[in-house]
Design a protein around this ligand. Structure first.
Ligand code: B1M
Length: 211
């Protein structure tokens, strides 16, 4: 196990440096050594993305570095996804999820989507830059993610469109993403906000009375 943890520090460094192959091989080794997917994600992968974000903010790295880190994180996440899906096999409900119009950030949203799948939800992942008409889908919960202070305002447009089309009462709406807050969620009339993927699953189950 100690060997697996040492390797995981290497995973943190690999994502930070945007090294895809290394991130993938270290993740494989860590899984084989018994490390838990959730711990790998929370303690190493997300922390590495936070660190690259801080470096970007302070001008130490640039957009290509972000892209490379994102690619390395996705590669590592792809190894873990099937393991999370193996944890539960009962159907709980249907979720439609997307990153809102104008926004191309999908790492956190995909993480949330994978957790939902792993916990028994049917998930329709619409990708990034998703407009209101696509989100108005037959679902128990519509989930929106935004990473930009400019695009988070589009969440309200989606909720307004649901009202206009008479769907608002038939579906729950969850929002999340780094700039989003509980107060913002309330101000736009969303049913729930959570700050991370684990909490999103717990909240989704609560919203549809599945726990
Ligand atoms: Co961009 N970017 N980016 N970026 N990027 C941020 C968000 C930024 C904070 C960086 C910074 O300046 N420090 C900043 C936003 C500033 C602001 O709005 N105030 C920023 C900027 C400015 C930009 C561009 C404008 C840069 C440019 O072009 N000059 C541009 C915009 C493009 C666009 O979208 N139109 C841009 C582009 C990019 C890349 C494409 C290069 C790349 C994205 C690649 C990809 O996603 N495929 C990128 C990246 C990687 C980042 C940072 C570094 C990392 C984001 C990330 O993946 N985090 C980010 C800085 C940061 O966040 N520290 C930054 C890891 C991920 C696991 O966390 O997504 O927060 P997160 O998800 C969490 C929670 O938020 C939550 O759960 C997740 C896991 O626990 N969550 C939900 C997310 N969605 C949820 C939904 C839920 C519930 C929980 O329910 C529905």
């Amino acid at each position: 196990m100690i060997k697996a943890m040492n390797n995981l520090n290497e995973l943190y460094e690999a994502i930070l440096a945007g090294k895809l192959e290394q991130a993938v091989s270290v993740t494989r080794e860590a899984v084989a050594g018994g490390a838990a997917p959730q711990e790998i994600i929370n303690e190493y992968m997300i922390k590495a993305m936070e660190a690259i974000g801080a470096r970007f903010e302070s001008g130490q790295v640039f957009v290509p570095n972000l892209l490379m880190s994102a690619r390395a994180m996705r590669g590592a996440l792809d190894i873990l996804k099937p393991l999370m899906q193996g944890q539960v096999n009962s159907y709980i409900g249907r979720i439609v999820i997307g990153t809102v119009k104008g926004d191309l950030h999908d790492i956190g949203k995909n993480l949330v989507a994978s957790m939902f799948e792993g916990c028994g939800f049917e998930v329709i992942n619409l990708g990034v830059d998703v407009s209101s008409d696509k989100l108005e889908n037959k679902a128990d919960i519509i989930c929106m993610s935004a990473l930009l202070t400019t695009t988070m305002n589009y969440m309200k447009e989606v909720i307004d469109a649901l009202e206009t089309s008479g769907l608002r009462g038939k579906v729950k709406v969850m929002v999340g993403g780094a700039p989003v807050s509980d107060a913002f969620a309330k101000s736009i009339g969303a049913d729930a906000y959570t700050s991370n993927a684990n909490a999103a699953v717990i909240m989704a189950k609560k919203l549809i009375n599945a726990c």
